[in-house]
Design a protein around this ligand. Structure first.
Ligand code: EPU
Length: 431
């Protein structure tokens, strides 16, 4: 078993460079299925979810060539197979983008139901509603979602989303890019990765307008051709390191980011007494004094992101006063609370609301990551705590954070990767 061993209580100083955005990469990579020619994708994060989605494309027959550490060439021109093999697709959430992309390319898709973090129920009814409105028959049988466009090609229409869904908005964009006519998505999600997917598709020849607003118009085109595209920086990775500085103290320059995407996070950190200075493509984050309490409700963008809720909670555990967190997106995103309590945090959860009574200090403990962002939050709590901690189940964290140990070590954190002797291996690496 591999785990992180963290000696807490050290303020962080230095700079951290942010990688490409996970939730953009896991949509843009499947989007290459729609393209006839080579897509050169730059700023690809080296995380296990990206490896998985690339492996799925390779299994389907894509020609994939690594150009350098963050650049990959993907050519899906020769794929003739719309059935995704079962094993890998069930290990990740974003495999649902294969339905929209394959349906758009072949007029048919057979994809196993997606996996991903356990955050309560994660239906995909809004994705399916969109495909059906565009003329597809969709049913689930034999462990697969089968989608088939009547007449072999989807037809543009207006789709009104009953709830704001990142995944459904992107999936309908994928399905519509090569369809017949105009598709309008109303009540669309507005996250930066939605704009990024639209920019990627447009740069390959699609005709998409309005991404980043709540109405997106996609005029279907006959063909997309190859090109080069660079993925945006990861808003949540940046926010996670900002929260780490808030919790552990110190001063860190977070580089290679788009400060505008971080405004919702910056505003809350400032309310908590953290200094945040915007630079052109960086933010300087400084925390010297005591943290103040804050109330936070997670909402779709530009609201405070649900994917930052556990990390900000780690900092609020050490803030002066009582903070109230309201989870506005997922049914169950407080599974980390029991682990925090073992460090001395005082948190009460009632449904979607958590009340955090700030304490003077947290103490190190053995922690088990239960999902991606919860795992990152445990790392943050451990960095701020007095004494040593261990965080296990780190495969959750490595799904979404490139080189987290190296990046944190680079700003003075005492964090090491350790492989426990029970599986016969010695310490793997230290950072
Ligand atoms: N929902 C439905 N029906 C649908 C789709 C969504 O009821 O058809 C509900 C969900 O149950 C949830 C809400 O709508 O309550 C929002 O879900 P959304 O579809 O926006 O989430 P997602 O596309 O499944 C992506 C990210 C998540 C992130 C959410 C919200 C990826 C691969 N995942 O999920 O990221 O929390 O958007 O921003 O892009 C993470 O990175 O840690 C993560 C969980």
């Amino acid at each position: 078993m591999t785990k992180y061993v963290i000696q807490g209580g050290k303020p962080l100083h230095g700079s951290i460079s942010i990688s490409g955005a996970k939730n953009a990469a896991v949509a843009i990579i499947p989007a290459t299925l729609l393209v006839n020619g080579v897509c050169r994708i730059e700023n690809v994060p080296q995380i296990s979810d990206v490896t998985l989605i690339l492996n799925i494309l390779q299994d389907l027959g894509a020609d994939i060539r690594t150009v350098n550490r963050t650049t990959v060439d993907i050519d899906c021109s020769h794929i003739h197979n719309a059935r995704v093999p079962e094993g890998l697709a069930r290990q990740m959430r974003a495999s649902y983008y294969l339905i929209g992309a394959l349906l758009g390319r072949f007029g048919s898709a057979q994809v196993p139901p997606p996996g991903g973090c356990n955050l309560g129920g994660r239906p995909i009814d809004q994705h399916i509603k969109g495909f059906v409105a565009m003329g597809a028959d969709v049913d689930v049988r034999g462990g697969y979602i089968h989608a088939q466009a009547r007449g072999g090609r989807l037809t543009g229409t207006t789709v009104y989303m009953d709830i704001v869904s990142v995944g459904a908005t992107m999936n309908i964009m994928l399905a519509a890019a090569l369809s017949n006519g105009l598709t309008v998505i109303e009540n669309a999600a507005k996250e930066p990765h939605i704009v990024d997917l639209a920019n990627f598709l447009n740069s390959m020849g699609a005709d998409i307008m309005g991404a980043g607003t709540d109405m997106i118009k996609i005029k279907g085109v006959d063909r997309l051709g190859g090109g080069t595209y660079s993925i945006i920086p990861d808003q949540i990775e940046a926010g996670t390191y900002m929260a780490a500085v808030a919790a552990a103290g110190g001063e860190v320059l977070i580089e290679n980011i788009i400060p505008k995407h971080l405004e919702c996070i910056t505003a809350k950190l400032e309310e908590m007494g953290v200094e945040v200075e915007d630079r052109e493509d960086a933010v300087l984050v400084r925390r010297t004094g005591t943290l103040s309490r804050a109330n936070i409700k997670t909402l779709p963008y530009p609201g405070f992101p649900t994917d930052m809720q556990p990390q900000i909670a780690a900092a609020l555990c050490l803030a002066k006063g009582t903070s109230v967190l309201t989870e506005g997106v997922w049914d169950s995103r407080y599974r980390y609370v029991d682990e925090f309590r073992r460090m001395g945090a005082q948190i009460q959860v009632d449904g979607k609301v958590a009340v955090i009574e700030g304490v003077e200090r947290l103490s190190g403990a053995r922690l088990r990551a239960c999902d991606l962002r919860a795992g990152a939050a445990m790392v943050i709590a451990a960095l701020a705590a007095a004494g040593p901690s261990e965080v296990s189940n780190i495969h959750h964290i490595e799904r979404g954070y490139e080189d987290i140990v190296r990046k944190l070590s680079g700003v003075g954190a005492d964090i090491r990767v350790v492989v426990t002797p029970d599986d016969g291996q010695a310490e793997a690496s230290a950072g």
